[in-house]
Design a protein around this ligand. Structure first.
Ligand SMILES: O=C(O)C1=C[C@@H](OP(=O)(O)O)[C@@H](O)[C@H](O)C1
Ligand SMILES: C=C(OP(=O)(O)O)C(=O)O
Length: 427
């Protein structure tokens, strides 16, 4: 489906973005592994999280979903049953990598696959450490690519230093660690999002985090919990950037997750000079949450890289859009992980923004963007990548003429209702 976006006079009002994708996946998974009924509110009804529900239903778990409320009747750590069919994770890397850690410790066989994009994404980063724990996993190119076949085994703990800062890798190993003999330890080069650690602790797991190191003990059982999922800061990011670059904007984003491992976008926008304020904060199930006000801003280009990258990994395409409207140069480094997301996001965002008239150069590990651009609407590709489609829509409300985004339905992966919300703010 093609979506047309054009300039808007004003961007004002209150916004409540849908639930956090990372937390919604984990609520389903950990609820399935706990004893008793887990109630989830604010669940993200995006296709990725619906894929997680489908997989756990195939693993024998009763799950009822009504809009953003979900009930999961968990059957304990050993309560999953052998699926009668292939588990399809759709477009979701988080589902595939985290579920692999869980399935490695079961006493049955599972086969996992996903869409065209998922079957190109690197899986050795989880299959290698899981094999070190004793997992029996095969897959295309010797387990580097899905489909994967996992034959559950008795696992042993490992002390693993991950070459990449990835919450999916860390979480897969920690989940396998729940089933392993001994204490499992994961070290990573920079700290990635810690939703697994926070939520597993609330389910009763013995897990401790010190800087970039996490340790987990095997457990006999986890206890069901009530979980209120905060708004997804990665979805809020599109409105934060839109508000900052639009000349007549004043938006209040309510109930957004502000876990410090996710707030790199706020740090970067503030460094760029954004008129951004956190107006209220509170805590829900160990996660920081708050309201954010963003107003029209005069942004300036900045350079960033290193430890901040995992804290804003999914926001880089829309930060590139912000950089087009800043004064001066923005340089983003150490972001090679973007090459192995739903699309190669360094090249897809650079290619499509260039079509609109942006001055953007792809670097081996990032992007260099010259600001003060004037963009003109064109036909652009989303590459079926939700974050590329939404970033181009934000560029589209600032461009002269009409921007037409191809395969725009992919926004449903993480943000159903995105265009309606954006259009609802257009008056
Ligand atoms: O654990 C998670 O929920 C996620 C971790 C990140 O991926 P990596 O672990 O591959 O960096 C992120 O890009 C993805 O959107 C969600
Ligand atoms: C990379 C993403 O998700 P996943 O890895 O779960 O497909 C994303 O949502 O931007």
């Amino acid at each position: 489906m093609e979506k047309e976006v054009s300039k808007i006079p004003k961007l004002t009002g209150k916004i409540k973005v849908p639930g956090d994708k990372s937390i919604s996946h984990r609520a389903i998974m950990f609820g399935a592994l706990a004893w008793g009924k887990t109630n989830v509110k604010g669940f993200l009804q995006g296709e990725d999280c619906l894929s997680t529900i489908k997989c756990f239903r195939k693993l024998g778990i009763k799950i009822e979903q009504n809009n953003d409320e979900v009930q999961i009747w968990g059957k304990g750590l050993k309560g999953l049953t052998e699926p009668q069919d292939i588990l399809d994770v759709g477009n979701s890397g988080t589902t595939l990598r985290l579920i692999s850690g869980i399935l490695a410790g079961q006493n049955f066989l599972s086969i996992l696959t996903g869409d065209n994009s998922i079957r190109k994404r690197p899986m050795a980063r989880v299959t290698d450490p899981l094999r070190l724990m004793g997992a029996d996993i095969s897959g295309r190119e010797n387990g580097k690519l899905a489909p994967l076949v996992i034959k559950g085994q008795n696992l042993k703990a490992i002390n693993f230093t991950s070459p990449v800062a990835s919450a999916q890798v860390k979480s897969a190993i920690l989940l396998a660690g729940l089933y392993a003999e001994g204490i499992t330890e994961v070290n990573e080069p920079s700290k990635s999002r810690n939703h697994t650690e926070i939520m597993l602790k609330s389910f009763g797991a013995e897990i401790d985090e010190v800087d970039n190191k996490v340790r987990i003990k095997p457990m006999p059982n986890l206890q069901a919990q009530d979980i209120h999922v905060p708004g997804d800061i990665s979805s809020a990011a599109f409105f934060l950037v839109a508000g900052a670059i639009h000349p007549s904007a004043d938006l209040l984003l309510e109930g957004v997750g502000l876990n410090p491992t996710r707030t790199g976008i706020i740090d970067v926008l503030q460094q760029m000079g954004a008129n951004l304020e956190i107006t209220e904060t509170w805590t829900s199930a160990g996660e920081e949450v708050g309201n954010i006000r963003i107003k029209s801003s005069n942004l300036k280009g900045i350079k960033f890289g290193g430890d901040i990258i995992p804290r804003l990994i999914d926001e880089i395409p829309v930060i590139a859009v912000a950089a087009c409207f800043a004064s001066g140069i923005t340089e983003i480094r150490d972001a090679e992980e973007l090459k192995v997301k739903e699309s190669n996001r360094l090249s897809t965002i650079a290619t499509e923004l260039t079509k609109l008239g942006a001055k953007i150069e792809e670097l081996p590990d990032g992007l260099r963007i010259e600001g003060n651009s004037s963009l003109t609407g064109k036909l652009v590709e989303s590459y079926h990548d939700h974050r590329i489609a939404m970033s181009l829509a934000v560029a589209g409300i600032m461009a002269e003429g009409t921007t037409v985004i191809k395969d725009s339905e992919c926004v449903d992966i993480s943000f159903p209702g995105f265009f309606e919300m954006l259009v609802g703010k257009l008056d």
